[in-house]
Write a protein that binds this ligand. Structure first.
Ligand SMILES: Cc1cc2nc3c(=O)[nH]c(=O)nc-3n(C[C@H](O)[C@H](O)[C@H](O)COP(=O)(O)O)c2cc1C
Length: 308
């Protein structure tokens, strides 16, 4: 270590490190970096002495409201490119799912009362009808409205920010009658499955999740995939916070649809980001796994569970 460095205080050393990092970054990276520094400055200026990463992130979101007002004329028109994610896929190799819209004979009260996180599943395969019905009831298009200068923007069983539904629905099929094992995208408009990875990925999924051995036995696993490009054009940085509320609403939709169909599910936030994104093919920055949810027929009948 050079003598000059030995005489530096810890703060001076940190500043030197920061300068080195900043010096190596491209110009455009300095704008968000300045935002971070100013957020830290705001916290200190408000009289709070401890500046933590969580507080800086929250402060960034508070400041992000300004983007709405300072962003130069942003068009609210849906471009053809963006519109594609709200239209049925034209991929000829999709698997069409059965359209089972039979009404469920259970009261809303019972649906809510029975809704519990279920981690023990029966070992038998799930029928295609049961599988398709729970997907449709949780995530399938169930209405439409005109907006953003175009007709027929789909509506879904869950609410979402600006109706943009900021995530994709991925499905790991593990044990469903007549559907080959693999990883699919659920086409929420066409009610079809688009194949993304073929074959059995159950063990690979185990490697990238933790404390979730039970996922191995779920007939299928839903993967809610954050898609930043679906909302950044309208909601900018602040959309990042709100998008996770969309995922929560969709998760509850799956919980309730499962409960109403005599199935059970359990959310899993215990996964390793980079490995799971590598496994399922997402870049991990704009598109990444936000939540994983195992679904199956409960090994213990729901009605024998004791609600409190
Ligand atoms: C966002 C979220 C993440 C969760 N992650 C996990 C998880 O990684 N592993 C797990 O076993 N349960 C997980 N759960 C399930 C909770 O443990 C469960 O909802 C909670 O214990 C309440 O039980 P209940 O859902 O049966 O009412 C998660 C739930 C939510 C909402």
């Amino acid at each position: 270590m050079p003598d000059t460095e030995l005489s530096l205080t810890p703060r001076e050393m940190l500043q030197a490190e920061l300068n080195e990092i900043i010096g190596s970054l491209p110009d455009h990276a300095l704008i968000p970096l300045k935002e971070i520094a100013e957020s830290a400055y705001d916290i200190v200026n408000s009289g709070i002495s401890e500046v933590t990463l969580q507080r800086i992130i929250q402060r960034i979101f508070v400041r992000s409201v300004n983007e709405f007002f300072t962003a130069e004329h942003v068009s609210m028109q849906m471009t053809q490119e963006r519109l594609q994610r709200y239209r049925a896929s034209t991929n000829p190799h999709q698997i069409q799912l059965p359209d089972t819209d039979a009404p469920v004979d259970i009261s809303f009260d019972d649906v809510v009362r029975q809704r519990r996180s279920v981690r023990d599943y029966m070992a038998t395969a799930l029928s295609q009808e049961e599988f398709a019905a729970v997907l449709k009831r949780s995530f399938g298009k169930n209405g439409s409205e005109d907006g953003y200068g175009v007709r027929d923007i789909p509506l879904y069983p869950y609410p979402s920010m600006g109706g943009l539904s900021s995530f994709d629905v991925g499905i790991v099929v593990q044990n469903v009658d007549g559907i080959p094992q693999g990883y699919y995208r659920y086409d929420q408009v066409g009610h079809e499955l688009e194949s993304l990875i073929t074959g059995d990925i159950r063990l690979a999924l185990q490697d990238v999740t933790f404390e979730s051995d039970w996922l191995l036995y779920a007939p299928f696993v839903v993967v809610l995939v954050h898609d930043a490009n679906s909302f950044l054009w309208k909601y900018h940085t602040r959309g990042y916070r709100i998008a996770h509320i969309d995922v929560g609403a969709a998760m509850q939709s799956l919980y309730l649809a499962s409960s109403s169909a005599g199935l059970g599910c359990c959310a899993v936030a215990g996964f390793l980001d980079e490995p799971i994104n590598d496994l399922l093919g997402y870049n991990g920055l704009d598109k990444y796994v936000s939540l994983v949810i195992g679904v199956g027929k409960p090994a213990t009948p729901l009605l024998s569970r004791q609600p409190h």
